[in-house]
Design a protein around this ligand. Structure first.
Ligand code: FES
Length: 176
């Protein structure tokens, strides 16, 4: 698989006044998240709302951030400061399967470097890149809270633990 575009946390953020549009069903879903909090605490709905934006738009883009700022009556900087704090929010486009390999201590000791090397050479990309066909993105992330089953990676919302090269092959080969 050919190498692709580099993706850092900032290289694809295009600042614009454009505001994203969402279907009535998605807006209703957003309202249902908002309804869980008292009006003076509406900001607390930001994380579930960011997940909705990410699911709908594929990443946290500027129009999506503008929408949330309007929706929550916050400044765009309020949205960005939360979105940029958590690695679970993608600030650049990612492939259909976002492979997040934990690089923190337990995983590092238990073989993360070899796993990362294997994943990257198999896909022909480096950490932070997406395959040319848009299928895979590889990211190195901090502890995902599964240290007892290190080394591990997360793809989408699923955890893959006690990784070996053979297990990685089986997982990646099984993804559409
Ligand atoms: S160190 Fe890898 S999951 Fe905690």
């Amino acid at each position: 698989m050919a190498a692709v575009r580099p993706t850092t946390y900032t290289d694809e953020v295009v600042y614009t006044d454009e505001v994203a549009e969402f279907s009535p069903a998605v807006v209703e879903e957003m309202r249902s998240h908002l309804a869980k909090y008292p009006p003076e605490r509406s900001r607390s709905a930001l994380i579930p709302l960011l997940f909705v934006v990410q699911r709908e738009r594929g990443w946290i883009d500027n129009p999506g951030v503008n929408y949330l700022a309007n929706f929550l009556n916050l400044e765009v900087t309020d949205i960005w400061e939360t979105a940029t704090f958590y690695s679970m929010f993608n600030l650049h486009k990612v492939g259909r399967h976002h492979i997040q390999i934990c690089k923190t201590l337990s995983c590092k000791i238990m073989g993360e470097p070899e796993i990362t090397e294997h994943v990257c050479s198999k896909l022909g990309i480096h950490p932070g890149e997406t395959t040319e066909d848009g299928k895979f993105t590889v990211s190195l992330v901090e502890c995902l809270g599964s240290c007892g089953t290190a080394p591990m990676m997360q793809i989408g919302f699923d955890y893959y633990e006690d990784l070996t090269k053979e297990k990685v092959d089986k997982v990646l080969d099984g993804l559409d």
